[in-house]
Design a protein around this ligand. Sequence first.
Ligand code: NAP
Ligand code: GDD
Length: 355
Amino acid sequence: MSTAGGKPKKAFLTGITGQDGSYLTELLLSKGYEVHGLIRRSSTFSTDRIEHIYQDPHIQGTRLFLHYADLTDGHSIARVLEQVKPDEVYNLGAQSHVGVSFINPVYTAQTVAMGTLNVLEAIRNSRLPVRYYQASSSEMYGKVKETPQNEKTPFHPRSPYSCAKVYAFWQTVNYREAYGLFACNGILFNHESPRRGETFVTRKITRAATRIKLGLQEKLYLGNLDAKRDWGFAGDYVRAMWLMLQQDQPGDYVISTGEAHSIREFLDEVFGLLQLDWKQYVAQDPRYLRPAEVDLLLGDSTYARTRLNWKPEVGFKQLVKMMVDADMEIARREETLKKAGHAVRGPEMERGAKG
Ligand code: NAP
Ligand code: GDD
């Protein structure tokens, strides 16, 4: 069990309701932590990804606590921090969709850049001996200067989202250098899972393909199929976050698989598992093209593998199968509902929004 002064360690997470927040919460609870998460007020429940944990009678109200606050409201972050007095803070909250950041650049900067500064300031003013993790991103490499990308590769951000992440990255370094904060940047390459948001390309594809297989959807509309990404499994990547905060010294680490695939290859793999030819179902919609694209991301995580003794456990094909299997279960449930005469909401209904 992870303890501080004989008591269970306390972690505070922003973004607990997101993909990574849910996996990190499971990991920290398994290590004996008391976990505190920030949630935003919304008109519908946003806690689907952590509901299974929260409802566990051994955890709810004793080891997992949720607090209303918002990254754009520094006072609310400071209040929660003073109340919780955490040992570790994981700043995962963000408007994390690159495509949407072109539509809402100011809000994206408010959550990603100013939100990070709000968390760092709350920590500094609290004078608590906190260890801090910043969710930095491979998107910062953008128009890449070299391949593969490592901790020394210069940044060239290509979207409002990644410009804001570069700011947050350097503020994290600055608080380490200026105030001696134990602050780490995890420069994480794309990581996916059955809990991935449905408007990110991998999940959009696995949701659509499984629905097409069962006749619930006819077409899948995508943007650029030539981009390549280094896709890993989110469950593996949250382990790296935790490891960074357990070291003697803070640092910045690239976390990646070291293998890149195009969207076309992802389509081949997904539709292949379902014995379908994706070319019959996929069409291009210019609304999903971005004003500036990141063509290729491929990470070199040698430093993390040697210093943290970290490596990914789940490979590309295994990840795709895990996502297809999980989405096939959802599609089957939708099929049953449809047969019983209920309306089912599929990703197609979201075509009005950019994905
Ligand atoms: P995600 O699923 O989109 O989750 C984002 C989280 O941020 C959600 O909990 C969301 O809350 C919260 N959030 C958004 N705006 C907020 C605000 N104004 N105040 C407080 N919370 C707010 O993202 P993810 O994939 O788990 O990624 C976690 C972090 O890692 C993000 O910072 C992302 O930018 C970064 N990152 C992700 C990847 C990746 O491939 N997944 C790679 C590199 C870096 P609601 O549920 O209420 O919307
Ligand atoms: N979302 C989306 N929807 N992307 C599409 C589509 C589509 O219909 N069609 C093609 N793509 C392409 C995008 O243009 C991009 O090149 C690639 O698929 C991946 O897009 P996303 O899955 O949206 O992820 P991302 O790489 O832009 O950003 C994700 O990874 C970053 C780490 O590199 C997000 O999780 C970011 O928050 C994260 O920082």
